[in-house]
Design a protein around this ligand. Sequence first.
Ligand code: AMP
Length: 440
Amino acid sequence: MSKIKFQTLTGMHDVLPEDQIYFKRIQKSIEGIANYYTFQKIETPIVEMADVFTKSIGEETDIVGKEMYVFKTKGGDNACLRPEGTAPVMRSYLEHGMHNLPQPVKLWYEGPFFRYERPQAGRYRQFHQFGFEAIGEKNPSIDGQIIQMSYDVLKELGFKNIKIQVNSIGDSECRPYFRKILTSYLRSRKSSLCADCQKRLKDNPLRILDCKEEKCQQVKAGAPQTIDHLCESCHSHFKQVLEFLDELELPYELNPYLVRGLDYYTKTVFEIVDMSDFGQSQGTLIGGGRYDGLARMLGGRDTPACGAAGGIERIMGLMKEREMKVGSKQEEPQIFLAQLGQLAKRKSLKLFEEFRSAKIPVAESFTKDSLKSQMRSADKMGAKWVLIFGQKEALEEFITLRDMESGEQKEIKLDKVVEEMKEKLKQLKDGKKDKKLSKS
Ligand code: AMP
């Protein structure tokens, strides 16, 4: 077969109709949990000023340094496609003076994000994330709540083997010192690090703790750990977060190598990973942490905050792989509307709209002219009734109702059709209920 001319760009993908059921299920879970915890939805633009990210995530990170889609607008602005959601939400909080509202301001979002990553399984250049952000609160209970909500989303979707990994990476008071001793430790072992980490040593040494390369594992094992070097306030904050997690009985473990490489993180960081049956991590589904320094980085006043973001494709991929339940498919209509002749076709469009207003699902095949082929379609989809709208019916304003099981037919006046079908559906539903009751 010859190659077709146009395909999606590398790393881009279509969310096909068969995937929509997963997207919807995941979105429903996110929205339900966000509502319950009184988080309000926010939508920020897909295109932002590039500085929103360079000034906050950090120029030395992969996301900003290598993966951002940056371009100049016709007006000369340095713009980019958003690579993540936290910085734009904080930009919006500052721009709209949300610090004047009762704090914390709790927001959630969902939408497409863009990173020019090396394409590999589960990594796309356009993907969907959702996130929860609680801005304006320094109390560690908020960290606990964000972790609980993230965990709840996955639990509600049916994930069984998930683990929460937590760590504290300190703040502007204790991190500089930690960075210094870590750098000095790593520098003396530079030749044992992978090529990427040798580069990271200068600008982003903390990221080395996060490196998955085999070569770096031994060096990491002997490296100083952030939690041994926290200042008093970070130490006490972290202790309280863990107490909340204990109280909530969440399955967490300390991971001293978890640093989440973005500059804006402070104190608590966490990731929720899915474990295989053999106890191996299958990748991070949701990650987040506290970002008390972000507002300042974007030119605002100091504002404590905490949040999390999850990857929808990553969650969906695992749900599909494991054949996890997503609830019933869209309910197949029980009624099929068949038509014959031009006048009947025209009138059926109107009748179809009346059914829609009455919220009664009806299937149709307006593009077909042959009654035989329409009856075949109705049979194939398992419709219980077919409404036949032929030439005679259209002229005399009635419709023929055919029961597909018994083959019985009867005539109904056109202006009574919707009402009568509603009653029939109700009887069918009640009958099913009775059957269920008598079984139990
Ligand atoms: P991050 O913003 O990097 O912490 O990512 C949060 C979550 O988004 C990750 O745990 C992934 O599930 C998902 N994610 C991040 N990058 C990608 C990508 N390139 N393609 C698909 N999912 C991604």
